[in-house]
Design a protein around this ligand. Structure first.
Ligand SMILES: Cc1cc2nc3c(=O)[nH]c(=O)nc-3n(C[C@H](O)[C@H](O)[C@H](O)COP(=O)(O)OP(=O)(O)OC[C@H]3O[C@@H](n4cnc5c(N)ncnc54)[C@H](O)[C@@H]3O)c2cc1C
Length: 290
């Protein structure tokens, strides 16, 4: 391990003051499951780490004013224990169930996953379909950024060096909505997504989509929304033909690469298949055929 200094602020105000003073020379560390790996591999430039894992202000999962608010320091294991997530964050709970392994889930945080901004970050597709925003606080105050604008590219976000990710928030899903999620990986546990997908469909009472959101992980430089497919679904019933068209459009949004886990061609085919499968689930009928 390279040498580093570790600062352990006791309050959010103290942590923010340190980050503002040290700027890009310092990086927050929460669970450390990305940071420690990056340090060992020589990929972390910062020599000063600011431990934010004990800040009470980053904890807690609450229902406030029609929204669910998850503190940035909440761990993946805590997501799994929380009834509000089971009730109002279905796809996020499903992603948490398949995240890494119990040891990593006990340390890994939501903020760490989003700020690390891996194209395969498993909390991102569920949070994208839930319509999440991230809450950031830094020198100039607090701001909210839609998650889709926060995630820019591999290890690149809209976060400024002086900012902490305080929380992620999303509106309570409407009662007439349905969600689905699936991750494909090379193993059942401790495995990075080869591809993941999440969908949310809000129904209009006449069996048509009022709104649909579709998100894909590990098929582009960042987790992405399949906007063309979402637009096509607006006002339509989920017939077999419509589902097939949505799968085709979603796969068209993917810009996958070949890597050790899978080929670009496989990922594109699976984007199509998973979107069809998940839409079929939300519509309550079986998979549409290949
Ligand atoms: C064995 C193993 C298996 C894994 N499996 C998965 C998996 O299945 N799915 C998956 O998505 N990921 C996986 N990961 C990656 C990692 O566990 C997750 O990305 C995790 O959520 C990171 O959270 P952390 O708290 O450990 O982040 P850290 O390593 O502490 O930090 C990660 C980044 O976030 C920044 N950061 C942390 N907290 C804040 C904050 N509050 N505000 C601003 N910036 C902050 C840090 O500066 C750093 O840039 C795995 C990692 C390992 C080692």
């Amino acid at each position: 391990m390279p040498e580093f200094d570790l600062l352990i602020p006791k309050t959010l105000a103290e942590a923010l003051e340190i980050l503002a003073r040290l700027g890009p020379d310092a990086a927050p560390i929460a669970g450390g499951t990305n940071v420690v790996v990056a340090m060992r591999e020589g990929r972390l430039r910062e020599k000063i780490l600011v431990d934010v894992s004990r800040l009470a202000e980053l904890g807690g999962i609450q229902q406030i004013d029609g929204e669910i608010r998850v503190g940035g320091g909440v761990t993946i294991a805590e997501l799994l224990e929380e009834p509000l997530i089971a009730r109002f964050g279905g796809p996020l709970r499903e992603a948490a169930q398949e995240f890494a392994n119990p040891l990593v889930r006990n340390r890994a945080t939501v903020a760490g996953n989003l700020v690390d901004a891996s194209p395969a970050a498993d909390t991102a597709p569920p949070l994208l379909v839930l319509g999440a925003e991230v809450e950031l606080e830094g020198e100039v105050g607090r701001r909210s950024v839609p998650l889709d604008r926060f995630l820019i590219g591999p290890n690149e976000t809209a976060r400024r060096p002086d900012e902490l990710l305080l929380a992620v928030r999303w509106p309570l899903p409407l009662p007439d909505s349905a969600t689905a999620y699936q991750k494909l990986a090379l193993r059942k546990g401790t495995a990075c997504s080869v591809i993941s997908a999440a969908v949310m469909v809000e129904w209009n009472g006449s069996g048509q989509c009022r709104q649909a959101r579709i998100a894909l992980g590990a098929v582009a430089a960042r987790p992405l929304r399949a906007y063309a497919a979402e637009e096509m679904l607006r006002g339509r019933g989920l017939s077999e033909a419509v589902i097939v068209e949505a799968g085709r459009l979603a796969a068209g949004a993917a810009e996958p690469i070949d890597d050790v886990r899978g080929s670009a061609g496989y990922r594109r085919r699976m984007a199509d298949l998973l979107v069809r499968r998940l839409l079929s689930q939300t519509a309550g009928h079986a998979d549409s055929q290949e």
